[in-house]
Design a protein around this ligand. Structure first.
Ligand SMILES: [Zn+2]
Ligand SMILES: [Zn+2]
Length: 133
């Protein structure tokens, strides 16, 4: 069990919005949600601040290729998150990168490359969309 982290009210609102959405949302999509506005969150900066904190806690991940944010689907984890992203419905599937990130870190080490970040995003079609084609 992850250690209990006290979220501020704004962070709770943003976290709940992402969890309910069950799919990646941009900061502006979050801002547009009625539940978010009803809770008094009206400025993009407020949303970004909450997202930054939630990402630092590992409860939210940023999907670079969609410029969107998604709730982590399990307990916060140390290894970077990786995603399969459906090009049709924009759903995302999070998967573990434990062995992948170890291999990437080894390659970086061999080249003396100083890694600053890692974004593992695989594009394609989810099972439902693929079978609809
Ligand atoms: Zn995660
Ligand atoms: Zn799909």
């Amino acid at each position: 069990m992850a250690k209990e982290v006290k979220l501020t009210r704004n962070q709770q609102v943003v976290m709940a919005a992402l969890t309910d959405a069950g799919q990646p949302l941009s900061a502006y999509q979050i801002l547009d949600l009625e539940v978010v506005r009803d809770n008094g969150l009206k400025a993009p900066l407020t949303i970004y601040r909450a997202l930054e904190k939630l990402m630092a806690l590992g409860q939210v991940h940023r999907i670079e290729s969609l410029n969107a944010f998604v709730a982590c689907d399990h307990e916060p984890h140390a290894e970077p998150a990786a995603f399969m992203i459906c090009q049709d419905c924009r759903c995302t599937i999070e998967f573990s990168t434990t062995s992948l990130s170890r291999s990437i870190a080894r390659h970086a080490g061999q080249h003396g490359f100083q890694m600053a970040g890692m974004h593992l995003e695989v594009s394609g079609h989810c099972e439902a969309c693929a079978s609809a084609h």
